[in-house]
Ligand binder design. Structure first.
Ligand code: PGA
Length: 256
């Protein structure tokens, strides 16, 4: 049990919500409520909101992330954004492999690996999402599946680079459904991810890596989830759009 060795990280995933003007308003609501946070606080926002979000949070304890990036530096990839474009703006984090990208936009473990590589090369910190569908949980293959997703995504990532990787365990059946994993389920799979990291990089590196839970985490259930020994933070969708709820989760992480 080495929770003290790693940072608790609460990251909002705004998904496809908020115009720049709305982003400013939301962040201005969040900032005063989380200014004394004892954990890292990140807002991952739509590409068009990044500039505004960076300006509004300058000099504060809230860091800004994107929700995806492409694996090439530039080129004929209509509609895509490169990791270099993000770092050039001052963005520090990027979500990679979210289940919505895997499900709706053809993201595979292989493209996730390429995006992780590009993001790390550009100097970003990656929030790598893994997680099972309900049928996979019912089939009893969650642990193998999540271990495999983690291994493929981290193919070629060095131990030194792992310090710029956060892993988010997000059971697909819990995302946006109001159906949260139990604290025990969340902890079990976060522990499987940590054991997978230990196999790849050794125990010290695994103990130093932040593993978040995501999937209907909210102001009411965050404390119990974040108190689990292997749950080091949360990736928050719906509740990250509500300042008071998001702030409650941040306080729960500080205590957890
Ligand atoms: P949710 O989303 O909190 O709305 O379930 C979590 C996520 O998709 O990262």
């Amino acid at each position: 049990m080495n929770k003290a060795l790693r940072k608790a990280v609460i990251a909002g995933n705004w998904k496809m919500n908020k115009t720049p003007a709305e982003a400013k308003e939301l962040l201005e609501g969040i900032l005063p409520l989380v200014k004394d946070a004892g954990c890292d606080v990140i807002a991952c926002v739509p590409f068009v909101d990044l500039q505004t979000a960076l300006e509004v949070t300058r000099g504060t304890n809230v860091k800004i992330g994107a929700e995806n990036c492409h694996w090439e530096k530039s080129g004929a990839y209509t509609g895509e954004i490169s990791a270099e474009m993000l770092t050039a703006m001052g963005v520090e984090y990027v979500i990679i492999g979210h289940s919505e990208r895997r499900t709706y936009f053809g993201e595979t473990d292989v493209t996730v690996q390429k995006r992780v590589r590009a993001a790390l090369d550009a100097g970003l910190t990656v929030i790598l999402c893994v997680g099972e569908y309900l049928e996979q949980r019912e089939q009893g293959i969650t642990d193998e599946l999540v271990a495999m997703q983690t291994k493929i995504a981290l193919g070629g990532v060095s131990k030194e680079e792992l310090s710029r990787v956060i892993i988010a365990y997000e059971p697909v059946w819990a995302i946006g459904t109001g159906r949260t994993a139990t604290a025990q389920q969340a902890n079990e799979v976060c522990a499987v991810i940590r054991a997978t990291l230990a196999g790849l990089y050794g125990k010290d590196a695994a103990d130093a890596t932040t593993v978040q839970y995501g999937g209907s985490m909210n102001a009411g259930n965050a404390a119990e989830l974040l108190a689990q020994p292997d749950v080091d933070g949360g990736l928050i969708g719906g509740a990250s759009l509500k300042p008071a709820d998001f702030a409650k989760i941040v306080s729960a992480a500080t205590e957890g």
